[in-house]
Every structure is written in C-alpha cells, then in structure tokens.
Design a protein around this ligand. Structure first.
Ligand code: ZN
Length: 488
C-alpha cells in the first residue's frame, strides 16, 4: 500500500534532528493525529464524525472526560490543527476512569459545517434528566442522563474557540446532522430513553434557531402486548435531492424492565419540501410512523433470530437505496433494484469478526464499503467492493492494520476528500487505560503527524485509581445489555 505522510518533518531533518537531540522536530511521524480518544470514542450512529469543507477536513470525537474534541487537517499543506476541546459533557467523570464500565459513551459528538463555514457539534446526552423538566416526547428510563448540548465555533473555519448555543432540548441521544444542498440543517435524534420518539428539528438559519421537534418514529405500548413498548434505532442521511433517508430496526422494549432484542430492517424516505414520508415504492406513510405502518409499508426483512443493529444507507443517482446493517459480528447488505429488494448478502463472509460498515455508492452497481475485520493477532480496516450490484464483494485496499489493537469506526466523513474518508480509534486492551489513538484514513492510509501527546497530566492523574472492578463491570454490562447501541 502506498503511504505518504505529509509533514514538515522530512527524512533529512529527521536525521539532523536526531543529531541535535530532537531540536528540529517534535518527534518521529506517527500514524495517529491524537492520543486522546477516550472510551468508546466513535460509532457510526452519531454522525457525521467529520466533514471536508473548503480544503479542510474537520473531525470530532469523544476525548477525556467524554468531552467533545475537534481537530482539522489542512489538505494543501498536509498539516494538522488541534485537537481542541470544544465543550463539556455533563456525563463525564473526573478524574478520567480506567474502568470502562464507568463511562456512558452515548454523548459522542456529531459535526456539521454550516454554509457560512461555522462548525457545529451536538453531543453530551443519553436522553436527558428529569431535573430539566418533563419530556413531552419520551421517557426517562434506565440510565438516561446528560444534557444534549450544541456548540458552534466562534469564527468560520476556526476550531480554536467555541461557544454554546442554548437552542435545542436537553433530552436527545444518538444525535445526527444532515445538511441539504441549500444549507438547511436537520438535527435528528431520539428524544429521550428507549421509550421515546425519534424526531428531527430543522434550521434554515445555520443552526441559530430550530423548529420544534417533529416526530418521525412513534414510541407507544405495543399493540401485540401491554408489557412491550415499541422502540427504534434509526440512522438518517441525505438522499437524492431534497430528501432524507431513514433506515431503522425495531426494539420491542420489555416494560417495565428492558431487553436487548432488536429485529427486522426498515427503510423510508422524507420529501423535505413538505416533510412527508414515503416507502421505497412511493406509498405515503403518516408520521410519526407506528410499528403497524412500518411493518406494512417500510419493512425490508423479517430477521427472525438474527439481531440487527442500526445500519447505514446511501442512494444511487436514481435515488435507489442501498443499506448495510450489522448483525452481531457480521454485516448484511441490501439494495433496492428499482422493483424489489435484492436478496440480502453477507459482506466479507468467513473473514472473521466484521465491524459496522459504511460505504460509497459510485454507480447503481458499483459500491465501495469500509469494514473493520478482527482476527486473532490481526485487526484491519479496509475497503470491500462490488461491481455487480452487491451480489458479490471482493476485498480491496487495506487502510490500516495492527497486531495489537482493534479499531472503532465512524460513519464516512461528509463530502470526504479521497485522503480522509473515515475516522478511527485504536483499542489496545493491554494498555491499562481507556485513551485511544485517533486516525483519519483515506487513499494513502492514515494521515499522520509528528509524535506528540495531548493528554497533559492525565496519565499521571489516573495512576492512583484502583484497578477496574471486573465483577461490577460484568454485572453492569448484563444489566445494561442492549440498553444502548453502544456495547463494544
Ligand atoms: Zn429497551
């Protein structure tokens, strides 16, 4: 694999620097651009994790204290700016924890750049808290906490300073941004704990004000059983023209307790001109969409014993959707061929543990997908490609690989530059702490920089912490199993 590592630290200066006891360079180049990812740093769910805008790729991730951090890569000069802390996540604990069970991990940032170049993040919540008042569109339930928070850069294209915009409800989680071609912003999220509607709020003034939340997927007591509530996991993205696609799975949330069950895959699309929803054949769906209507009009597949997680969706030039849903440690690809859903196909079958997956549609029949593959002694993230509409997939270039760490993956960077298509976090369980190196990968592998640490005194501060309580962590894991979409 070809790798270029743009940097001011060229080999000749490397050598001179070594002679001069490191005076010329901060250090040897490393593949990561930061060492302060923290916990479950990334997910495809909170997205975009980054956007390429006017020659700069801006990325956001969960750093120390579960706070949002932002960095920027300037493609013309091959240089990095940041990372910079952009806000405070009220769910974070001080000092940083080394027991992964002590983190919430639901407050990851999603990033968007508005049409004036200001950078916006939404982050910091797992459904809000009762102290903020009643939640009109959902429930506080089993671990909901935090405060959904919106920050914006003080200047366009400048990540150095941020301010909070107090203009969204505190109750969201799984925050997702969409920007239409005209610059209208849509913020989608679940409005509380499991038993909450999925909603969006629209902004036509670059995120300075938002419409009231509009419900898209309805939570209610199940028609099938009074001890089950209809609940959902959904992923939204821009479709063809002024449309927004929704792909989702059903969660029959046992009431009053909870279970981890997820089932069936669904697709529908919104016409942003009037906010109406329709299924893939063009039949209308009344919003908020109920379980009954979703089953009748939007369901792609009854998945039976197989448990899907939230997926990713993109459309071809005709607006026909392609989808990828994770099922445990496999991923399943779906495609609407204009008349019917193709038979779902497992991508990278038999290649080990396959993580998440987001993809780029080049043409109706050619699609490239980035997948993480885990095998003993070797983890990698790389491309898979189909040229026959998804019936068969071939392994393509590897973006990064490691013998001692696995990788968490984001969704595709919005409007991605070929050199910077996905944000990754490296996970090495042997390190004894939860800080993760951060990578931005593209056609030339990771975009590295001279080695430096952005952890300050944090490694010192966590030294006095007791070792992780594995029994407690396991009990907590069992109790929370399936509560979030966030279990490793
Ligand atoms: Zn539930």
């Amino acid at each position: 694999m070809k790798r270029s590592r743009p940097s001011s630290c060229r080999p000749i200066f490397w050598w001179l620097g070594a002679l001069a006891a490191g005076s010329l360079c901060a250090g040897a180049n490393v593949d990561h651009f930061a060492d302060n990812g923290y916990g479950n740093v990334l997910s495809t769910l909170q997205h975009p994790a980054g956007e390429h805008y006017q020659g700069v790729t801006y990325v956001a991730y969960q750093g120390p204290h579960e706070d949002p951090y932002v960095a920027a890569y300037v493609h013309a000069t091959g240089t990095w700016i940041g990372p910079v802390q952009a806000g405070i996540n009220t769910m974070g604990k001080s000092p940083d924890q080394i027991d992964k069970g002590e983190l919430d991990n639901h407050g990851k940032p999603a990033l968007i750049v508005d049409r004036q170049g200001y950078i916006h993040l939404v982050f910091g919540s797992h459904g809000g808290e009762a102290k903020y008042g009643p939640n009109p569109l959902g429930e506080f339930f089993m671990g909901t906490k935090g405060k959904m928070t919106h920050v914006v850069s003080q200047k366009p294209g400048d990540i150095s300073a941020w301010r909070t915009l107090d203009n969204i409800p505190p109750f969201g989680t799984y925050n997702q941004w969409i920007k239409l071609a005209n610059g209208d912003l849509y913020l989608f999220y679940r409005h509380g704990g499991h038993r909450s509607d999925w909603v969006y709020q629209k902004s036509v003034d670059d995120g300075r004000t938002f419409s009231a939340p509009v419900s898209v997927l309805k939570h209610k007591v199940s028609a099938a059983s009074p001890t089950v509530d209809d609940s959902w996991y959904a992923w939204f993205d821009q479709g063809k023209g002024d449309t927004i696609t929704a792909s989702y799975v059903y969660h029959p949330c046992a009431n009053p307790k909870h279970n981890a069950q997820r089932q069936d895959t669904y697709y529908m699309v919104m016409d942003c001109r009037d906010g109406s929803w329709r299924n893939v054949q063009g039949q209308s769906l009344a919003a908020p969409v109920t379980k009954e209507d979703a089953d009748r009009l939007a369901r792609i597949e009854v998945t039976g014993k197989d448990r899907p997680s939230h997926g990713t969706t993109h459309v071809d030039a005709e607006g026909r959707p392609q989808l990828c849903f994770p099922f445990a440690q496999k991923v399943r690809y779906y495609r609407w061929d204009g008349k019917a859903w193709q038979k779902p196909v497992e991508v990278a079958a038999g290649m080990g543990h396959v993580n998440d997956g987001d993809f780029v549609v080049d043409s109706p029949t050619t699609t490239r997908m980035i997948l993480g593959l885990g095998n003993p002694g070797r983890d990698e993230v790389g491309w898979w490609k189909t040229t026959d509409g998804g019936r068969t997939w071939a392994k393509d270039a590897v973006l990064i690989s490691s013998a001692d760490q696995s990788f968490q993956t984001s969704a595709m960077i919005r409007n991605a530059h070929p050199d910077a298509q996905m944000l990754l976090a490296g996970v090495n369980p042997a390190l004894g702490h939860l800080y993760r190196p951060m990578y931005l990968v593209g056609e030339h592998g990771p975009l590295g920089r001279p080695a430096a640490s952005y952890l300050g005194e944090r490694l010192e501060q966590i030294k006095s912490l007791p070792p992780p309580n594995t029994a407690k962590a396991e009990a907590k894991r069992k109790k929370k199993a399936g509560l979030g979409d966030d279990e490793p």
